[in-house]
Ligand binder design. Sequence first.
Ligand SMILES: Nc1ncnc2c1ncn2[C@@H]1O[C@H](COP(=O)(O)OP(=O)(O)O)[C@@H](O)[C@H]1O
Ligand SMILES: [Mg+2]
Length: 382
Amino acid sequence: MSPVASPPMPTTEDVYAALRGVIDPELGSDVVDLGMVTHVDIADGTVEVGIALTIAECPMRGQIDAETRRKVGALPGVETVEVVTTAMTKRQRSELMETARLRARERAEPTRVPTSTRVLAIASGKGGVGKSTTSVNLAVGIADLGFRVGILDADIWGFSIPRMLGTTDRIEAGEDKLMIPVEAQGLQVVSTGLITDDEGTALMWRGLMLSKALEQFLTQVKWADDLDYLVIDMPPGTGDIQMALSRLLPQAEMVVVTTPQQTAQKVAVRVADMARRSHMPIVGVVENMSSFVCDHGQTYELFGSGGGEQLAEQLAVPLVGQIPLDTSLVSGGDEGTPAARHVADGPAGVAYRTLAAELVRLVPPLEDETCVGRMAKLLEAM
Ligand SMILES: Nc1ncnc2c1ncn2[C@@H]1O[C@H](COP(=O)(O)OP(=O)(O)O)[C@@H](O)[C@H]1O
Ligand SMILES: [Mg+2]
C-alpha cells in the first residue's frame, strides 16, 4: 500500500459540524444548537474546544467530554483534542433552558429517533460483503448484552432484514398514524418488506426517492422511548442516502464492512470518504469473510488477507472485528435464526458477540436521566 499523504486540518466549520453530533440527551439537542460551545481553536493537529456546562458538577460532564473528543478526533488531520470546560453563569443557564424549551416545541420533526439512542450505520461500498448479515447479528448481539435495540432496513428495495429475522409480521399504524415497529427476536424492526402490500401503500413507496423513503422511516416511526441502539442496514452505494442520514440524524456513526481482498477495500474507501464529507464519524472497520477454519482446525484465507487492517489503518480507526466464513451465517440468514444467538458458540457467533461488546465499549449507551433532564422535561410539558 502506498503511503497516504496526511490530510489537511479541518476548518472551524468542519469542527462545528462534528460538534453537532455531540448531543446532550437530557436537553434533547446538540451542544452547538444549545450554545454550549464557547470557542474552537485549531493549530498543528490540535483542536481545542471550549464547552460551557450548565453547572460545574454537571452529571453529563464526562459524557460530553468523551463525546467531544471522539467526534472531533474522528475528523481527518486531528491528532489531539483538548476540551476546556467552564460553568455557565446563571444568566447563560436560563438562556440555555429557554433554547432547550424552544427546540422541544419546534422539534415535532425532524426525526422520532430518541436523542438518547445511539445510531450505528452499517455501510460499505458494494453489495454482498455482508452488511445485512452484520447488521442483524450485531443487533442481536447488542440486545443479548441487555440493551433495547432497533434495526432499520434502509435498503429500501433490496431489503433482507425480515427474512434474516424470520418475521412476516406487518408494520401497523398506531395513534397519530405513526408506524409501530414489528418485534422480532427481541428487536424493534422496520423494513419496506414489512409494509402492507395494498396498492396505495405500495405505489406511495415506489414513488419515493431512496432518501425520501429513509426520511419517511425516520420521521414516521414510533420507536420505543428507551431504545439504546438503532442499527441501520445501509444500502450499497455512496450517494444521497448517506447524506440524508447525516442531515436527519447528526448522532449517526458509521461502521464500515469490508472483505479481506483489495478491490472491496477500494470501494470501502469511497464510503469512508463519503462519511467524512457528511461528518459522520467512523467507529471502526469490520472485516467479514476473513478466513475459514475447517473441521480439522486448518485455517484458509479464501478471500485474501489484511484488507480490513489496511483499511482501518488508512482511516486511522480501529479494526473492530473479524468475522470468519461460517455456513451458520448463511443458514441463519435463510431461516431467520441469527448465528450470534442461535449458534452462539460457533466461529461466527463468537466473533459477532465479541464485536457487539467491542462496539458497546467504544460507543457506550447514553445516560439521560439526571436532574437537569427532568427539569427540561418539566419545561417541555409546560
Ligand atoms: N462471514 C460469512 N460467512 C459465510 N457467508 C456469509 C458471511 N457473511 C455473509 N455471508 C453470506 O453472503 C451473502 C451476502 O451477505 P449480505 O449480508 O446479504 O451482504 P450485503 O448486505 O452486504 O449485500 C449472504 O448469502 C450471506 O449469508
Ligand atoms: Mg444487504
